[in-house]
Design a protein around this ligand. Structure first.
Ligand code: NAD
Length: 470
């Protein structure tokens, strides 16, 4: 597929192959853009700014609704496209499509609700006879840089609110899985003036870096790893930056918990998208006295997972994004085992597949749980009480989301208050998210929030207009 810049399709001599991780087939190729093309995208996005600022909110909202309809029509086709490039089971891709449609709809609604407030200046010293109001105005050009694991919905979480509040956009989709995003941007381009949405492909280290450093880009909205996020925050200068970064989310299971519910939480939280989820359940912290029964039930449920062809509707576990990524998971698990961890089920790799794996006897100092392990792993850490559980939960540089399973509301609230994370769910695992909620982590998990209304706040600036009524 070609890039889309200023409404034109642009290619380049050098290409990257987009590989289906299930069978190593080449699905398509994308151009490797260099700095000159990134500069062209910046110029086109800047040229198109007035085409949006002069458009009414009513019209922008209607156009976004038109794209909602188009995306609905292409639901199955786009889901299959996601499955081919990411290796995720088709049923999970269909869920990503449904959420993408929902995210876009939320933006179409929000486009009509972008307003400031009236400020009673006469409430201030010397303010008698003055009145003011604020307006939320667009920043200008938003650059959206996104990761491979939920390429479509995470990109829409940036493009849709950006356009809703009248910013033009440059999208840098993930190198491994760019195609569905590129197809979606074609749909947007059919509705909006040329240059409102631009897509540039290639290596993040070159074009991503160029976009981040440019003074003609007004905002970087990045989702990806902590390493890249930190680099971006150091280079972005004075422009606004939102960073949605990695996670190492804990699930605490206390001894009074509904164990079946907690086990279901692990199945849905640790193995979803082969564990390649920023808010995936990465550390299961279980009170010692229920650990045996919890583990037994977890093994039973894990046995039911069907690993196989991601396009088959029966499959519940697909591949990782690449064989290289699966080898990395394999090595991390093997290292943990050398330090005393014990695989109870799973633990085998086949190409880009890695089995759903439950590992017991994990200690907080093992790399497996100290860093973000992006694979279908359920590591179990035993603790003696709620205080130790909280201490283990917080012993990480990350703080995205967390889940606590208990029926004791005092303990639930203690966890909610003391866990250092952007979100704490009681009796639900961390992978739960609705697309309207404020989403974003503490600590190294990021800066800023997404969830359409919150993204709009981060993609506008507030201007005050004061009136002398004396
Ligand atoms: P990544 O950081 O390797 O890449 C993300 C994007 O950044 C890609 O488009 C890449 O090409 C681009 N990039 C790479 N180097 C760059 C540079 N120097 N300047 C600008 N852009 C650059 O991440 P990934 O491996 O694609 O995704 C996995 C990571 O994303 C995990 O850590 C995961 O937890 C995180 N993630 C976070 C969230 C969230 O909302 N918090 C959601 C999904 C994934």
């Amino acid at each position: 597929m070609d890039m889309l810049i200023g409404g034109k399709h642009i290619s380049s001599e050098d290409k990257i192959e987009v590989i289906n991780p299930y069978n190593d087939d080449v699905i398509d190729t994308i151009p490797i853009a260099h700095r000159q093309t990134a500069q062209l995208a910046i110029e086109e996005a800047n040229k198109a700014k007035t085409s949006l600022t002069e458009m009414s909110a009513f019209k922008i909202s209607n156009k976004l609704y038109n794209v909602v309809s188009k995306l609905k029509d292409k639901r199955e086709e786009f889901a299959e496209s996601l499955t081919l490039e990411v290796g995720k089971p088709i049923n999970e891709s269909l869920v990503e499509l449904d959420r993408s449609i929902e995210t876009l709809k939320l933006a179409a609604e929000e486009a009509k609700r972008i307003y400031g407030e009236s400020i009673p200046l006469d409430a201030g010293l010397n303010g008698k006879g003055f009145f003011a109001f604020t307006q939320k105005i667009p920043l200008g050009v938003v650059c959206a840089i996104t990761p491979f694991n939920y390429p479509l919905n995470l990109t829409i979480h940036k493009i849709a609110p950006a356009i809703a509040c009248k910013n033009t956009v440059i999208v840098k989709p993930p190198t491994e899985a760019p195609l569905t995003v590129m197809k979606f941007c074609e749909l947007l381009n059919e509705e909006f003036p040329d240059g409102v949405v631009n897509v540039i492909t290639g290596y993040g280290s070159e074009i991503g870096d160029y976009l981040v450093c440019s003074s003609d880009v007004d905002k970087i909205s990045f989702t990806g790893s902590v390493t890249t996020g930190l680099m971006i925050s150091q280079k972005a200068g004075m422009k606004k930056v939102t960073l949605e970064l990695g996670g190492n989310d804990p699930m605490i299971v206390l001894n009074d918990a509904d164990i079946d519910k907690a086990v279901k939480g692990v199945i849905n939280g640790a193995f979803l998208n082969a564990g390649q989820v920023c808010m995936g359940v990465k550390r299961i912290i279980v009170e010692e006295d229920i650990a045996d029964i919890f583990v037994e039930k977890l093994i039973n449920e894990t046995q039911k997972i069907i690993m196989g062809n991601p396009s088959d509707t029966k499959t519940t576990l697909g591949t990782l994004i690449s064989k290289k990524a699966a080898i990395q998971v394999e090595e991390t698990v093997n290292n943990a085992c050398k330090s005393g961890a014990k695989i109870l089920i799973g633990g085998e790799r086949d190409g880009a597949f890695y089995q759903a794996t439950v590992i017991d006897n994990v200690t907080p100092d093992m790399d497996l749980v100290k860093n973000e392990t992006f694979g279908p792993i359920a590591p179990i850490i035993h603790v003696h009480d709620v205080d130790e559980a909280i201490q283990v939960a917080n012993a990480t540089e990350y703080g995205l989301q967390a889940g606590v399973f208990t029926n004791d509301y005092a303990k639930a609230m203690k966890c909610a208050n003391q866990i250092e994370a952007g979100t704490v769910f009681i009796n639900k695992q961390s992978t739960f998210r609705t697309d309207n909620m404020p989403f974003g982590g503490f600590k190294n998990s990021g800066v800023g929030k997404e969830g359409i209304k919150y993204a709009v706040d981060e993609m506008t600036k507030t201007k005050l207009i004061g009136l002398n009524l004396r």
